[in-house]
Design a protein around this ligand. Structure first.
Ligand code: NDP
Ligand code: ZN
Length: 356
């Protein structure tokens, strides 16, 4: 098989490898469409979680099953499938404890482009196929289906972790594709006022379509000052973090959170940084301000549930897709876009119509 890989720090390129071996519960899949993620950029160019060599990138795809192991019951060659970015080991005790993302070690549910080759390949391996794949509904276009791998589940997880409820005032820090889905998750959970924190015109326009009521540009002074002023000094019930860096965003989030409020972070922080915030803003340690941070839950059930949101028009993924490339060979162009993030970019997708 051929794949687009991280060759080493700051270096990418196409490589050839043997097709992965399919265990009794696994599947081999060819991609219909793939999308690069900001996390790919953190890994390759920002040394966010340590060096890797010749590892095929990518964890956002939908595809067609090519081969299954003898114990796979619900999928067969030729089936079109949704593929979650996170594919837990459902037999691990952490999965039984409710933390499947941490099966096989902390964040061990994140296998593609982390601990094994990813989906930017003419063939990719899916562990525990019955537990992790979902059938791709006919109503969903493969380009849009890629948003179900990571952007939709991750963004929605921020609002789940924070526990957004009816009428909440919510601030969403960062409105790239992940933040936009965090925002949409807050709206679907019944938020009242929703502040979207970002600056690019294109993302602001889409944030309003997903239900933002107020826009805050972080270049115009401290985020917390702007939100405290807009709320008469009250602050917000929930903060969802999907952008910015470890040092500044938590300080802002804790400062503008009401006592009893909570934060849902899905931003991928750089492992070399410290998270910092002022103890006074945290009620000198007693303000009942809770911080959650989590990897998106993976697995089949969640894919099926989130697909229902798309099929029934609750989430329109097409609003996020700003760039479409035709052909597997265009993956480097899509990565390049993600690396340099032009102002009109939200999310690129590569349609792999040249693979069989
Ligand atoms: P983008 O780069 O597309 O968006 C980042 C957003 O953050 C933009 O809206 C940007 O504003 C805003 N921003 C940048 N700097 C600041 C700042 N100092 N203060 C406030 N806002 C700021 O990223 P994505 O949406 O693609 O991804 C977001 C994060 O989620 C990434 O770290 C990614 O790795 C992570 N992630 C986590 C996953 C998980 O499972 N937890 C899964 C997938 C991704 P603007 O550009 O408008 O100026
Ligand atoms: Zn990702």
């Amino acid at each position: 098989m051929k794949g687009f890989a991280m060759l080493g720090p700051n270096k990418t390129g196409f490589i050839e490898k043997e097709d992965p071996k399919v265990g009794s519960r696994d599947a081999l899949v060819r991609p219909l469409a793939v999308a690069p993620c900001t996390s790919d950029i953190h890994i390759v160019f920002e040394d966010a979680s340590g060096p890797r060599e010749n590892m095929i990138l990518g964890h956002e795809a939908c595809g067609v099953v090519v081969e299954v192991g003898e114990d796979v019951k619900d999928f067969k060659p030729g089936d079109r499938v949704l593929v979650p970015a996170i594919t837990p080991n459902w037999s691990d005790v952490y999965s039984q404890a409710g933390y499947a993302t941490d099966s096989d070690g902390m964040l061990g549910g994140w296998k593609f482009s982390n601990i094994k080759d990813g989906v930017f390949a003419t063939r990719f391996h899916v562990n525990d196929a019955d537990g992790n794949l979902a059938h791709l509904p006919d109503e969903i276009d493969p380009t849009e289906a890629c948003m179900l791998s990571d952007m939709i589940p991750t963004g929605l997880h921020a609002s789940e972790m924070a526990g957004v409820t009816f009428g909440d005032a919510v601030a969403v820090i960062g409105i790239g594709p992940v933040g936009l889905m965090a925002l949409r998750g807050a709206v679907l959970h019944g938020a009242g006022r929703v502040f979207a924190v970002g600056s690019r015109e294109k993302t602001v326009e889409v944030a309003k379509k997903y239900g933002a009521t107020n826009i805050i540009d972080y270049h115009n002074g401290r985020i917390s000052d702007q939100i405290l002023e807009a709320t008469g000094g009250q602050g917000v019930d929930k903060v969802l973090i999907a952008g910015g860096n470890a040092k500044d965003t938590f300080e802002e989030a804790v400062r503008m959170l009401k006592p009893g409020g909570s934060i849902g972070n899905v931003n991928y922080l750089n492992g070399h940084d410290d998270v910092a915030f002022n103890a006074g803003d945290w009620g000198v340690g007693m303000g009942h301000k809770t911080i959650h941070g989590g990897l998106m839950p993976g697995g089949r059930l969640r894919m099926e549930k989130l697909a229902a949101l798309v099929v029934n028009g609750r989430i329109d993924p097409s609003l996020m897709i700003t760039h479409r490339f035709e052909g597997f060979e265009k993956i480097p162009d899509a990565i390049e876009l993600m690396h340099h993030k032009p102002a009109d970019l939200i999310k690129p997708v590569v349609i792999c119509n040249d693979i069989d």
